[in-house]
Design a protein around this ligand. Structure first.
Ligand SMILES: [Zn+2]
Length: 104
């Protein structure tokens, strides 16, 4: 199995793009810090916006289901795919080339 350059992937694909694919709407937020409903399907409903994301840093954290990570991990959590498959799936969803690691 070929490796994926996750650093390049995270540089290429922004947290905003992943949030957009998931239909996330920020209900409250300032600058790069956004809050809203958790876009992860099996997250228990929360009364207050429980999902916080820093789009500049590309990190999310859900105070309800306690899942967290960067944009590729968010896509993996949302799709239920393992990280490697999720990265490929995410590139396909955005019509991008997968940044494979080069082997010499
Ligand atoms: Zn959640």
């Amino acid at each position: 199995m070929s490796g994926i350059d996750f650093d390049k992937l995270r540089a290429d694909i922004t947290m905003q793009q992943v949030l957009q694919l998931l239909g996330f709407e920020s209900t409250r937020g300032r600058g790069d810090q956004w809050y809203g409903r958790c876009p992860l399907r099996d997250c228990p409903p929360c009364l207050r916006p429980c999902f916080s994301v820093n789009v500049a840093m590309g990190r999310y954290y859900c105070h309800r289901c306690h899942r967290h990570g960067h944009q590729v991990e968010l896509w993996a959590a949302a799709t239920g795919l393992p990280l490697h498959r999720a990265a490929i799936d995410l590139c396909a969803a955005l019509g991008r080339e997968v940044p494979w690691t080069k082997r010499w």
